[in-house]
Design a protein around this ligand. Sequence first.
Ligand code: ZN
Length: 162
Amino acid sequence: MNSRTQTQRDPVCGMTVSDSAHTTVYHAVTFHFCSAQCLAHFLEAPALYAGAVRREDVKAMPKSHVLRISTGAALDEACRRLRAMMGVTSVQAEANRLHVDYDLRQVSLSQLEAEIQAAGIVLKGGLHALRRSLWRFTEHNELQNAARSGPQACCNRPPTPR
Ligand SMILES: [Zn+2]
């Protein structure tokens, strides 16, 4: 398939990448990513990112959530990890809560939760877990809808490789 070495644009964050370790093939086009995060996010809604010729075609999707913590002492570590993620605009820890602002265009709640877990934090269960699963479900639908209603809605062709 497309085995040429060339610089390409990461369709999720817009960075220029070359010889990336993170690639995937979608509709016979090879896409390159700067990180595992961007690759995972692409795979959640490939039609959205593959269809956008320019990153500006995908509108910002600002999100703000308060995540409640059940157990785990590594709040600083969780904050550090979250702030290092692309698309995260603000993280504030307060008592047993994490206030997180991010752009769904670049990162989703399920990815944030995985990083929080990796820091040794357990988020609250019960009603809060239900609420979080609803947020994740809503985000997934929002990405799918954006893929269908964007300026490229009439055109499912992936961008032409340069
Ligand atoms: Zn990226």
